[in-house]
Write a protein that binds this ligand. Sequence first.
Ligand code: TRP
Length: 492
Amino acid sequence: MSLRERWGSRSAFVMAAIGSAVGLGNVWRYPYVVYKSGGGAFLIPFLVALLTAGIPLMILEYWLGQRAQAGAPQSLKKTHKNFEWVGWWALMAALILTFYYAVVMSWCFNYLYYAWSLPEWSPNAKDFFFAKVLQVSSGPFDFGEFPYVAWPVVMGLAISWISVYLIICKGVARVGKVVLITVPLPVILLLILVIRGMTLDGSGEGLKFFLEPNFAALKDPTIWLSAYGQVFFSLSLGFGTLIAYASYTPKNSDITNNAFIVSLADCGISYMAGFAIFSTLGYLAFSQGLPVQDVVSKGPGLAFIVYPTALSLMPLGAILAVLFFIMLLTLGIDSLFSMVEGVIAGVHDKWGFSKGKLVGLYCIFAFMMGLLFASKAGLYWLDIIDHFVTEYTLLLVGLFQCVAVGWFSNISQARQEINKQSDFSLGIWWELCIKYIAPVILVAILGSSLYQELQKPYEGYPSQALAIGVAMTASAFLAGWLFASLKGRHHE
Ligand code: TRP
């Protein structure tokens, strides 16, 4: 058997895992969830979610990958022969996610280019984003005029995939070096934006929305569910990515401490991002004489419209915008290539094709699939598919992982093994979390999302479009079964 690839050092693994976890979600999702969910009081459900599901599952994924020395499918198969498909399902979902995550990176590349002329377009930032850069059409089935795609986005997409190719084609040794830049750099840039934000007029008013606790909100169960959803997404669980990364660590390396380091770093960065975003929103509201509620937003609207508008009102705004988009790019790229690495690891382990070639094929294929999201109807498709992948698939995979280990294999033995090689020991609580707490909560979140789904169509999209979204998401599941049933090189 050929030797498995290795990270250069323990810290290379930790850095890469942090790079995977810390992504756009920390900046454009976390602050908004906090604002929506009780402000400062949200820290309580968030920390509870982190301790009862986030960290336990991260430990579980690290252990799975490290023990099997293989990607998600083979690792899950090792716990129980009937669970290989869960691993493939995770990878298929990750594959779909990369199709559009790379498109978001493409927007960032475009904005890095446009940031220099911020004062020219910022008065119409909204039009600029929708009409000029994305060239958005009237709905998901309207692809506009020939050539149906927005060229700037296609070009950015090509740059994204070329970058990913160059970073991972030579294996994780190079990844270990790249993350030495792509992890600390965005943190430094974020710190600059925090300091800039906090020294602006009106920042205090904005921060109130992020920090002032509303304890009454904690009585609402949906807030607890959104805390779990956020933790799950933010830690990059349920896509097989961490399993693959952990499989490149030697068998006896620490698990528990690494999981705590990575999770806490991720949370710390999310918390910091809250200061950068809300102080700046406070300033924007102050400058425009609006209440803060009127300027709050999340996702692409925050990153590509509202935040740049706020920056344009400051001295040296264009420079800050350049820093902001470099931050988004360096935040996102290591999340993107970690997902790709997870998928490649699964295929390579099963069939043994050359990794360099697989990466090349992957990038070309994902670029082509990305054209759907770079089309003039792309934003709609991105929104729909992201909704189904992140609100269902990710959580379902997590659920099955807990079930596979908690119920179909010997979890007490797993805990002993983990404890033997980790810096500090896990108590029985870990078993309880994996066996009972996390599964119950995951089922509750899934149930509540499904309930809302049936109440009203997501974002009012036409039902055919939503049906296609469901079909794409379900095809990941079917492809998972298919891949699991194919014969691998060892003909097991
Ligand atoms: N955690 C990433 C973020 O905060 C997003 C993400 C979710 C992810 N699942 C993932 C990244 C799996 C890599 C792998 O933006």
